[in-house]
Design a protein around this ligand. Structure first.
Ligand code: SAH
Length: 232
């Protein structure tokens, strides 16, 4: 037996069982789209967390990923993906989507195959560096990354037909609304840190914006400015 083989198999077996359990939970919690459920089953979430936590990777919980940040709960990733893509029971073929808060790239990896081009912004440089490499190793190629403050959006690539934000601002950022194309959707949590945050879907209509409340959620705060690394 190769060194370490047993370990890897051990995690593999645990993960087959826990992945089934996770899928069952997603279905019970209102994730209706089979393709999204299968995508969550297949993305190797254990590769997005610290090795020490890999045995817990398929539990339906948020986990720490370093730099004071977290990997989102699979249910919330599935819910946001569904909110962004689903219309009248089907999945929309979105062309240009902007993601804010790349983090470890788990939401990015789940969403990528459903959209033509994904643009992803992260404010913490070392996180972004690691994540770019991880997603390249997983063979996910339709993503452009940017180290920037997501409050600005990505004006050079706007308009977007979807924008997804995985950190919580206290109020909806005006610039992101401006960068939505006609019929475009913004899925984001809004609210104070440690207080009540609500996940919204905001759709650009012919006369303005339609707001839908989706769920109570708990995200790290969306912060202003860029960071070069820990402690800066
Ligand atoms: N999407 C990740 C979760 C990310 S946690 C997942 O799938 O698990 C939130 C991320 O948003 C953190 O990496 C944080 O650094 C980033 N973030 C917070 N404020 C931001 C901003 N203004 N612009 C870009 N990224 C931001």
């Amino acid at each position: 037996m190769m060194p370490g083989t047993r370990n890897i198999q051990g995690i593999g077996m645990t993960s087959a069982r826990t992945r089934d359990r996770l899928v069952k939970r997603l279905k019970q919690s209102g994730i209706r789209q089979p393709e999204i459920i299968e995508r969550i089953r297949n993305v190797p979430r254990h590769l997005f967390v610290d090795e020490a936590l890999s045995s817990r990777a398929y539990e339906d919980n948020a986990l720490p990923i370093g730099q004071g940040q977290t990997i989102s709960q699979p249910f919330v990733v599935a819910l946001m993906t569904q909110a962004l893509l689903e219309k009248d029971g089907d999945l929309l073929p979105l062309t240009k989507v902007l993601e804010i808060g790349t983090g470890c790239g788990y939401q990015t990896a789940v969403l990528a195959p459903f959209v033509k081009q994904l643009f992803s912004i992260e404010r913490v440089a070392p996180l972004l560096r690691e994540t770019k490499q991880r997603l390249a190793e997983l063979g996910i190629g339709n993503i452009r990354f940017r180290h920037d403050d997501g409050f600005r959006g990505w004006p050079g690539q706007a308009p977007f037909d979807g924008i997804i934000v995985t950190a919580a601002p206290v109020k909806v950022p005006e610039k992101l609304l401006e960068q939505l194309g006609p019929g475009g959707r913004l899925v984001l949590p809004v609210g104070p840190v440690g207080g009540e945050q609500i996940l919204y879907r905001i759709t650009r209509t012919t006369n303005g914006f339609e707001h839908e409340k989706l769920s109570a959620v708990s995200f790290v705060p969306m912060l202003e400015g860029r960071e070069k690394g820990a402690g800066q």
